[in-house]
Ligand binder design. Structure first.
Ligand code: MLC
Length: 506
C-alpha cells in the first residue's frame, strides 16, 4: 500500500466514516449496531482503557464471546495503541493461567460464565486489573464502559508497532504469542479489500469466532474498510446460517462450514441467490467439497491461504480461474518461494517448504528470541511449515505439512501439548497424537497410547484431559498399542500411524 496510516483504527474508520447511520452488525433478536454506534462504543472503551492507566504497547488480554462490546474492546485497544490479545473461549482455566502469566497484561477481560474464578486467575498471574464481559454484553466491563465518556483521541503509531498478539500452538507444546504490527494488518486489509472487490453494498455473513485471524482481521477488516453491513451470527449454526444466507453477498468460512452446508438437504442454489463470493480458508478445502459445492450452489468457492504469523498470503482470483486444491497467487507485495531442506529455491512444480516475505509477515514471537530466529531464514523469509509447489505462473498448491500440526475444524493443534498431558497420567507409558481424516472437521485428533501396567479406562483419561485442555484439542478416539513404531533413530514414525488409523472416522 502507498502510505501506511498512523493508526489501524483510523484506517478502518476511513471505510465507514461517511456513513455513521449505516448498520454495521445485524443480529437476530438483538439491536442493530450502526457504524456510528461502534465508533462511539470504541471511543468509550478507549476512555476506559486510558482511565485505567493502560499505556500504548501494554497488553490487554480478552477471553470473551462474540458480541458488539467484544468488538469495541478490540477497536478501543487499537485507538489507544494497546496490544490486543484475544483468546479462544474454549480454553480451560489451566490454559488461561499460562496465557496470563506469559502475556503479563495490564488488563484482563474474561467471562464468569466460562471461568468462574477470574479473580483467582488474575491474582495468581499478577494481573493488576480484571473485568468481566458475558456473552449478552453484561458485566463489570460493560458497566464501566457505559459510565465512561468517549475519548476521541487516537494514538499515533509507527508502522512496526505491535497492535495485536495472537497465540499459536507450538511444536514444543507451549503456545507462542505472534506479534502483529500495524503494517501487517493494514497492508493485508487493504490488499484483500481490493482483491476481493469489496463493495459498499456487500452484506457479509459472519459466523466465525472473533479470536482468530480469520474472523477478526480478514472478515471484519474487509467489512469495515468497505463500509459494509455484517450479519453477525454468534457461531456457526448450520440451520441458522442456511436460513440467513439468501440475504448475504459474501461469506467466509472454514471448510467445515461448507461440508456442513452440503450435508444439509435444504441447502441449494436458492439458499444463496444474492451471494457473489464464498471464501474458504484456515484449513485445506478438499477438491471433492469444492466440486460438490459448485454443483449444488452454482458457486466456485474462492480458497485462500494464510497463517497467524503472516495473515493472508495467497488467494485464488476473484476474476479468473479458481482451481480446486490450489490456493492461488501471492497477494500484492507478498513474495512466496518454495525451498528444499537446505533453503535453496526449487524450480516450478517441485514440492518443498513454502516460505514467505512481505509486509504481512509478523514481527516475531513475544519474549521468544530463539523461536523467532528459528522461524526465519537469514534473508528474512518466514518458514511456514507448510509443503507446497509453485506453478510457473506463480499459482501455489499446498501438499501437506513439514510439521505434525493437526488442523481440526480450522483450529491448529500441536500434538506435543496433548502428548505431554497424556504422558503425565498414571498407566500410560507413552503416547503419539495424530490427525486423521474426518468428514466434518477435516482432521480429528486420535491418541495412540502404550499402557504401563493396567491401562486406565478411556473415561478417566478424558476427564483428566478435560481439566487441562480445551475440548477441541481432546482426542476424539483413543487406541492402545503394545508399542509405538520407531525408526532406527528411535523417532516415532507418525506417518505409519496416520496410515494405519486413516479410516478410524469413516
Ligand atoms: C468445536 N469442537 C471441536 C471444534 N470446534 N472439536 C474439534 N475441532 C474443532 N474445530 C468441539 C465442541 O467443543 C464440541 O464438543 C464438539 O466439538 C462438537 O461441537 P459442534 O457444536 O459440532 O462444534 P461447533 O461449535 O459447531 O464448532 C465447529 C466449528 C468451529 C468448525 C464451527 O470449530 C469453528 O467455528 N471453527 C472455526 C475456527 C477458526 O476460525 N479458525 C481460524 C483460524 S485463523 P463436545 O463437548 O460436544 O464433544 C487461521 C489463519 C487462516 O487459521 O488462514 O485463516
Amino acid at each position: 500500500m502507498a502510505a501506511l496510516p498512523e493508526n489501524l483504527y483510523s484506517f478502518l474508520r476511513s471505510g465507514f466514516a461517511s456513513c455513521p447511520g449505516k448498520p454495521f452488525l445485524l443480529r437476530d433478536g438483538a439491536a442493530t449496531i450502526s457504524y456510528g454506534d461502534i465508533d462511539r462504543l470504541s471511543a468509550q472503551v478507549a476512555g476506559l482503557l486510558r482511565a485505567r492507566g493502560v499505556l500504548p504497547g501494554e497488553r490487554v488480554v480478552a477471553q470473551v464471546g462474540k458480541s458488539p462490546l467484544a468488538l469495541a474492546l478490540y477497536l478501543g485497544c487499537l485507538r489507544v495503541g494497546a496490544i490486543y490479545v484475544p483468546l479462544n473461549t474454549a480454553y480451560t482455566a489451566a490454559e488461561l493461567d499460562y496465557f496470563l502469566r506469559d502475556a503479563r497484561p495490564a488488563l484482563f477481560i474474561g467471562a464468569l460464565q466460562e471461568q468462574p474464578d477470574l479473580a483467582g486467575l488474575a491474582r495468581a498471574a499478577d494481573v493488576p486489573v480484571w473485568l468481566h464481559l458475558e456473552d449478552d454484553d453484561r458485566g463489570s466491563f460493560a458497566e464501566a464502559v457505559a459510565a465512561t465518556e468517549p475519548d476521541a483521541d487516537i494514538t499515533t503509531m509507527a508502522p512496526d508497532d505491535v497492535v495485536a498478539m495472537l497465540y499459536t500452538s507450538g511444536t514444543t507444546g507451549r503456545s507462542k504469542g505472534a506479534l502483529l504490527t500495524l503494517r501487517n494488518l493494514a497492508s493485508n486489509a487493504a490488499s484483500l479489500q481490493t482483491l476481493w472487490g469489496w463493495q459498499h453494498d456487500d452484506l457479509l455473513l459472519h459466523a466465525l469466532p472473533i479470536f482468530h485471524v480469520h474472523g477478526l482481521f480478514v472478515a471484519l477488516h474487509c467489512a469495515m474498510l468497505g463500509g459494509s453491513s455484517v450479519l453477525f451470527h454468534p457461531r456457526f449454526d448450520c440451520a441458522a446460517v442456511r436460513a440467513d444466507l439468501h440475504r448475504a453477498t459474501v461469506m467466509m468460512g472454514v471448510p467445515t462450514f461448507y461440508t456442513r452446508l452440503l450435508a444439509d438437504p435444504a441447502f441449494g442454489a436458492a439458499s444463496c441467490h444474492n451471494m457473489r463470493l464464498f471464501i474458504s480458508g484456515s484449513a485445506p478445502l478438499l477438491p471433492a467439497s469444492f466440486e460438490a459445492f459448485a454443483e449444488r450452489s452454482g458457486h466456485r468457492i474462492l480458497e485462500r491461504y494464510g497463517m497467524t504469523e503472516a495473515g493472508m498470503i495467497s488467494s485464488n482470483p476473484l476474476h479468473g480461474e479458481r482451481i480446486a486444491g490450489t490456493v492461488g497467487y501471492a497477494l500484492p507485495e507478498v513474495r512466496i518461494r518454495v525451498v528444499d531442506a537446505s533453503g535453496r529455491a526449487l524450480p516450478p512444480g517441485e514440492i518443498g517448504e513454502v516460505e514467505i516475505s512481505g509486509p504481512n509477515v509478523f514481527a516475531g514471537y513475544w519474549r521468544q528470541p530463539e523461536k523467532t530466529a528459528a522461524a526465519f531464514r537469514p534473508d528474512g523469509y518466514l518458514r511456514s511449515g507448510d509443503l507446497g509447489s509453485l506453478a510457473a505462473d506463480g499459482r501455489l498448491t499446498l501438499a501437506g505439512r513439514a510439521t505434525d500440526l493437526i488442523i481440526s475444524g480450522g483450529y491448529n493443534i500441536y500434538p506435543k501439548e496433548i502428548e505431554n498431558c497424556l504422558d503425565a497420567l498414571d498407566g500410560i507409558a507413552e503416547s503419539a497424537v495424530i490427525g486423521v481424516p474426518h468428514a466434518d472437521l477435516g482432521e480429528a485428533v486420535l491418541a495412540v497410547l502404550v499402557p504401563a501396567g493396567e491401562p486406565p479406562d478411556a473415561d478417566q483419561i478424558m476427564a483428566a484431559l478435560a481439566r487441562r485442555l480445551a475440548r477441541f484439542k481432546q482426542p476424539r478416539r483413543i487406541v492402545w498399542l503394545p508399542q509405538l513404531p520407531r525408526n532406527s533413530m528411535g523417532k516415532v514414525q507418525k506417518q505409519l500411524l496416520r496410515e494405519r488409523f486413516a479410516h478410524s472416522f469413516d
